[in-house]
Write a protein that binds this ligand. Structure first.
Ligand SMILES: NC(=O)c1ccc[n+]([C@@H]2O[C@H](COP(=O)([O-])OP(=O)(O)OC[C@H]3O[C@@H](n4cnc5c(N)ncnc54)[C@H](OP(=O)(O)O)[C@@H]3O)[C@@H](O)[C@H]2O)c1
Length: 413
């Protein structure tokens, strides 16, 4: 995952280490207006590895914009980063987060097209979950006046991923059919909305049953996540579907390819199945990849099927395709302005509530996107509640910070 220009990422890691070293004490900073609040991941593992700390505020380098952050997107990949469940994980401590919205506060050298005060959304290669972030201008996009900061922080990762898969990789056209897992989540809802912009596209989705009432109008057919979706799809469409979007990996890969019509496209874009508890499970990792390894390219040839993979972060930060993504963001903003798409925000959380926000995804509770709202004050703790009772919870060796880990009620939009 995610390190275009390794020297840049390394520099970022060193910067974090330097900054953390400079902190006068844990929770303390310069206190002279040049420090900021940020979420810090102290090491890979469970929720107790996260805390809010004061850090030295970054300044924009050549080609970068400094953004006063208003809202940050919380994505499934952030859970995987926390666990160290990604390829080539960077060194900790680090500030997590890959997307944000806010206001341009300073402009580095050689940047054109932006002014101080612009309302923007942006991708960052980590470091988004803070009061201030710097990122290259090629990853920053101005937002419409009527787009809220929480909508803007929900937009880039989910809608660009959905758009790229549907239109750039799979070539979605009128009359086609699509299967998407986690249909009630951030990417799932973006897929459903984008499919609705093309006539007569049928969308089959899987999601936890309690979400069905809320999302039923966005999909054509909805199945419980534990149902035998292969049988359900075949019952409705014996030929299968044209596009399978798989973020579950493992045995779903074989099932998804099996469901394709001739000339259909299967896209692997996630491995949520590898998250089986609060900390990384080597067993689920090995099991998932063992199943994927069994795909036979000769069979794909004989059956006229396409198998593809998509990773937005690699495309942006490793493979230098910011220009392609800028073009896609322009198209998506046009759809937003035409009121054809609109991010679905699940809930807003203060930076200090990051553990509870992550727990909500572990518990499969979200419908749409979770947002860290930088200006939001933490909601008072609920008496006698603890996130330790969750479905996702596993025994943690390190119980540092557990006293903070009480359940809070999210602010539901
Ligand atoms: N390749 C890329 O460029 C890219 C970009 C963005 C996201 N992604 C991937 O797309 C998928 C969705 O991402 P998202 O950020 O939009 O998250 P999301 O769908 O909002 O994630 C939460 C939902 O995932 C489902 N889920 C499936 N397995 C789970 C597990 N083991 N633990 C907890 N929940 C699980 C749950 O919904 P149900 O219970 O309703 O199924 C849960 O509510 C993830 O796999 C993510 O890594 C890939």
């Amino acid at each position: 995952m995610a390190k275009e220009r390794p020297e840049k990422a390394d520099e970022t890691e060193q910067m974090i280490e330097r900054e953390v070293g400079k902190e006068a004490a844990e929770g303390g900073g310069a206190g002279d207006g040049r420090d900021m609040r940020a979420v810090l991941l102290s090491g890979f593992g469970g929720l107790n590895k996260l805390r809010v700390a004061r850090k030295v505020m970054p300044e924009p380098q050549e080609g970068e914009l400094k953004i006063r952050v208003k809202a940050c997107g919380l994505n499934f990949i952030d859970l995987m980063v926390r666990q160290g469940n990604i390829d080539n994980p960077p060194k900790t401590p680090l500030v997590p987060g890959f997307e944000l919205s806010g206001i341009v506060e300073a402009i580095g050298g050689n940047v054109t097209g932006f002014e101080i005060g612009d309302r923007v959304m942006a991708f960052t290669n980590y470091n988004a979950w803070a009061e201030v972030a710097c990122t290259p201008a090629e990853f920053v996009y101005k937002i419409p006046d009527d787009m809220s900061f929480s909508e803007a922080a929900s937009f880039p990762m989910n809608f660009v991923t959905a758009y790229m898969m549907l239109f750039e990789v799979a070539n979605l056209r009128e009359g086609m059919s699509v299967l998407v897992h986690s249909a009630g989540g951030g990417v799932g809802q973006a897929v459903a909305q984008l499919c609705s912009t093309i006539p007569n596209v049928r969308v089959f989705g899987t999601a936890s049953s309690f979400k069905h009432e809320a999302i039923k109008n966005s999909l054509t057919h909805l199945f419980d996540r534990n149902a035998d979706y292969v049988q359900e799809v075949k019952r409705i469409s014996p030929d299968g579907v044209d596009i399978v979007l798989d973020c579950l990996c493992g045995e779903n890969t074989g099932k998804g390819i099996g469901l394709l019509k001739p000339l259909g496209t299967y896209i692997l874009y996630g491995s949520s199945n590898m998250v089986t508890g609060e900390t990384k499970s080597f067993f689920s990792f090995a099991k998932s990849w063992w199943q994927v390894e069994k795909v036979n390219p000769i069979k794909l040839y004989e059956e006229n099927k396409v198998m593809a993979g998509f990773s937005l972060l690699n495309l942006l930060f490793k493979q230098g395709r910011a220009g392609v993504i800028k073009g896609v963001v322009d198209k998506l903003l046009a759809l937003y302005n035409q009121k054809k798409i609109k991010p679905l925000v699940d809930s807003l959380w203060a930076l200090e509530e990051v553990k509870e926000a992550m727990q909500r995804i572990h518990d499969r509770g979200n419908i749409g996107k979770l947002i860290l709202d930088v200006e939001k004050a933490p909601t008072p703790l609920m008496a006698n509640d603890s996130t330790e009772t969750s479905e996702a919870g596993e025994e943690e060796e390190d119980h540092e910070g557990d006293t903070e880990n009480k359940e809070r009620m999210p602010f539901i939009q």
